[in-house]
Design a protein around this ligand. Structure first.
Ligand code: UD1
Ligand code: UDP
Length: 369
């Protein structure tokens, strides 16, 4: 019997994660995958480039939902995903992470009693103001199979009363993704060379979280802090379109950003190469925090909390709420040359994609919520 999986993706980190799993599903005759792209991200450098680089088959459905307020965006996705699910009648719906596309996929499927498997289940920031925290809590509690990346994620679910039978700790598919990028065949100069950078002599930064971009004092603290760092080390900032728009609205920030090396969003392979060459990574991204660790780079997380607590415990990640430019600058310069410890395999062994497929087979026939 062939298991029909409908996977729902829509935002940049979901393309990276689903590339790993789609590769495994595509090589296994036991599965057929139908992909829905909600269209939450739509610029070429936020979407299409990942499909090209990572050889992800073109989605069967592109819902072209685009940007809008949370309610409008999620509502439109819900309606459109439901239509596809009623037509396709899959055995499982596969969702990733904590975006509005994740929430819409979970809701659409569970309402019509299709079992949901959630990759990257169990993460918690314990900050309910974050849209991602709201999305993950609802998605987890609507899912039949919760695939956790870490021990702390597994424990979070047990604390919330999720039954042990529903949880499989499979490690982090993003570790598989990084290994794939590192082992690929290469030709021509890499991103570090192309951007005239010197390996080990620059700071790589990404900023896009609503709590930083939609809060002017925090955005100012981050950009002033990065500009101060740039007096000593070049700072490279591939800019999420959300952040670029907000900077462009503030002449002060636009002027300030001239001392930074601003880039358009880069492709995944370039990003992994820029991470590998950085002295320090300063970010508010979830994925980039872990990629810093996969590349053995110190990371400063410009947030009040992180879901990836093991990296703080191991000494690779420093949490620095962006409350002032001085605090941001000191945290980044203080991280130069620092190292944490590498004990155990907090994100698994690079086989998480295969473990997703194995878990779905094993849980076939599990009751839906
Ligand atoms: C979303 C996720 C966030 C994730 C991030 C990954 C939610 C609530 N948030 O945040 O968890 O970390 O994706 O990158 O789902 N825009 C463009 N072009 C695009 C996409 C977005 O210009 O291709 C601009 C639009 O102005 C849009 C804004 O970015 O309004 C925000 O996009 P949206 O998808 O709503 O949220 P992200 O900040 O990307
Ligand atoms: N990424 C990328 N190009 C960029 C910025 C990020 O390829 O310009 C990749 C990054 O390497 C990681 C993923 O996008 O694999 C993380 O996505 P993002 O930071 O947008 O979202 P988050 O992980 O915070 O949800």
């Amino acid at each position: 019997m062939v298991l029909k999986i409908v996977s729902v993706v829509g935002a940049r980190p979901q393309f990276v994660k689903s590339a790993v799993v789609s590769r495994v599903l595509g090589e296994d005759d036991a599965f057929s995958e139908v992909m829905i792209h909600t269209g939450q991200h739509y610029d070429d450098d936020m979407s299409e480039i990942f499909f090209r680089e990572l050889s992800i088959p073109a989605p069967a459905y592109n819902l072209s939902i685009g940007s809008s307020s949370h309610g409008a965006q999620t509502g439109r996705m819900l309606q459109a995903i439901e239509e596809v699910l009623l037509k396709e009648e899959p055995d499982w719906v596969l969702i990733y992470g904590d975006t509005n596309s994740t929430l819409a996929g979970a809701l659409a499927a569970s309402k019509i009693h299709i079992p949901v498997a959630h990759v990257e289940a169990g993460l918690r920031s314990f900050n309910r103001r974050m849209p991602e925290e709201q999305n993950r809590i609802v998605a987890d509690h609507l899912s039949t199979l919760l695939l956790t990346p870490t021990q702390s994620a597994t424990e979070n679910l047990f604390r919330e009363g999720v039954s042990q039978q529903q949880v499989e700790q499979i490690g982090d598919v993003m570790f598989d993704a990084t290994l794939f990028a590192q082992q690929r065949e290469r030709s021509g100069p890499n991103a570090v060379e192309r951007h005239d950078l010197e390996a080990g002599r620059y700071v790589l930064s990404t900023i896009h979280r609503a709590e930083n971009t939609d809060n002017l004092p925090r955005l100012r603290a981050i950009l002033h802090g990065l500009a101060s760092v740039a007096q000593q080390l070049p700072v490279v900032l591939p800019l999420h379109p959300r952040t670029r728009k907000l900077i462009q609205e503030q002449p002060e920030l636009e002027k300030l950003s001239q001392c930074l090396k601003l880039l358009e969003p880069v492709g995944y392979f370039d990003m992994v190469d820029l991470e590998a060459g950085a002295a320090v990574i300063a970010t508010d991204s979830g994925g980039v925090q872990k990629e810093a660790y996969f590349n053995s780079k110190p990371c400063v997380t410009l947030r009040d909390e992180t879901e990836w607590v093991e990296l703080v415990d191991l000494g690779w990640n420093t949490l620095q709420p962006p409350t002032s430019a001085e605090a941001v600058e000191a945290a980044i310069l203080g991280a130069v040359g620092s190292e944490g410890t590498k004990t155990g395999a907090p994100y698994g062994h690079g086989e998480s994609g295969a473990l997703v497929a194995a878990a779905i087979k094993e849980h076939m026939g599990s009751p839906t919520k």
